[in-house]
Design a protein around this ligand. Structure first.
Ligand SMILES: NC(=O)c1ccc[n+]([C@@H]2O[C@H](COP(=O)([O-])OP(=O)(O)OC[C@H]3O[C@@H](n4cnc5c(N)ncnc54)[C@H](OP(=O)(O)O)[C@@H]3O)[C@@H](O)[C@H]2O)c1
Length: 238
C-alpha cells in the first residue's frame, strides 16, 4: 500500500533507548515523519512501542533474513522508504596484536556489512521511485588513530569510503548518500565497550577482567572517559 501523504518514511537502525538512533527517531517523529524504529530487540525500544508515531520492528543488521523481513514489512505498511539511517554500530576495543579475529569480524559485520546489507535491501525500492536518502553514521575516530580503537576506527574508515562510492553510484538513481561523523556523544557505547572487553578478557585471559581484576590501562581509561564523559562535546544527547 502506498501512503498518499507527503510525510517522509524514515527507517533507522539501532534505536535502543539511550543511544543516538533513539534520539534520532524522536527527532524525526517531532518533525512529522513516519518513523520506523528498529533494533535487535523490541525490549530496548519499549517507550517507542507505546507511542503511535513509531512503527517498531526488530532488525538485526548482521542477518540477511532479518533485513529482508524488516524491509518487506515497511514496504508493505508504507509503500516506500524515503530515508534510511544506518546508525547501528558496535565498539571493539583491545590491542590489535591480541584481539581475536572473531571480535574484529563481528565488528566489521555490524559496522560495515550491516549498512551495506541495508543499502542492498532498500535501494531497489528507492531506485524504482528515483528518490531517496541514505545516511551512514561514521565516526570521528576514523580520522584519529588511537590505541585500542583500531578495529572500530578501521570499520568506520571503511564505511566512510563506501559512503563516498555509494554517493557516486546512486546519484543517477536519484538517491543521495551522506556520511555523518559524530564526535563523542553520551550513549550506551561505553558500557558496550566495557562489557565486550570484559567478556573477552574472561574468555581469552588477557588483562583487565576475571576474578583478580587488574586496574584497566590508561588507554582503556582514556577510551571510557572519552565515550562516557563527553570529554569532546561536539554534540550532546542525554
Ligand atoms: N556515542 C559516540 O560517541 C559515537 C561517536 C561516533 C560514532 N558513533 C556511532 O553512532 C552509532 C550509534 O551508536 P551509539 O553511540 O548510540 O551507541 P549505542 O547506544 O550502543 O547504540 C548502538 C545501537 O546499535 C544497535 N546494534 C548493535 N548491533 C546491532 C545489530 N547487529 N543489528 C541491529 N542493531 C544493532 C544496538 O542495539 P542493542 O541495544 O541490541 O545492542 C543499539 O541500538 C554507531 O554507529 C556508533 O559507532 C557513536
Amino acid at each position: 500500500m502506498e501512503l498518499q501523504d507527503e510525510k517522509p518514511v524514515v527507517l533507522i537502525t539501532g534505536c535502543s533507548q539511550g543511544g543516538i538512533g533513539h534520539a534520532l527517531a524522536r527527532e524525526f517523529a517531532s518533525k512529522g515523519c513516519h518513523v520506523v524504529a528498529t533494533s535487535r530487540s523490541k525490549r530496548t525500544m519499549q517507550d517507542l512501542e507505546q507511542d503511535s508515531r513509531f512503527f517498531v520492528q526488530e532488525l538485526d543488521v548482521v542477518s540477511d533474513e532479518s533485513v529482508k523481513n524488516c524491509v518487506e514489512n515497511v514496504v508493505e505498511k508504507f509503500g516506500r522508504i524515503d530515508v534510511l539511517v544506518n546508525n547501528a554500530g558496535v565498539p571493539c576495543i583491545g590491542p590489535l596484536a591480541e584481539l581475536p579475529l572473531s571480535a574484529m569480524e563481528q565488528s566489521f559485520n555490524t559496522n560495515i556489512y550491516g549498512p551495506i546489507r541495508m543499502v542492498q535491501a532498500v535501494v531497489p525500492h528507492m531506485a524504482s521511485r528515483k528518490k531517496g536518502k541514505i545516511v551512514n553514521v561514521g565516526s570521528v575516530t576514523a580520522y584519529i588513530p588511537a590505541p585500542w580503537a583500531g578495529v572500530y576506527a578501521a570499520s568506520k574508515c571503511a564505511l566512510h569510503s563506501l559512503t563516498d562510492t555509494l554517493r557516486l553510484e546512486l546519484h543517477h538513481f536519484g538517491i543521495d548518500v551522506i556520511n555523518v561523523v559524530p564526535g563523542a556523544i553520551r550513549s550506551n557505547i561505553g558500557k558496550s565497550s566495557l562489557s565486550s572487553y570484559n567478556q573477552r578478557s574472561v574468555c581469552e585471559g588477557y588483562g583487565g577482567g576475571g576474578d583478580e581484576e587488574e586496574p584497566p590501562s590508561l588507554v582503556l581509561l582514556w577510551y571510557l572517559f572519552h565515550h562516557h564523559g563527553n570529554l569532546v562535546p561536539y554534540a550532546r544527547l542525554c
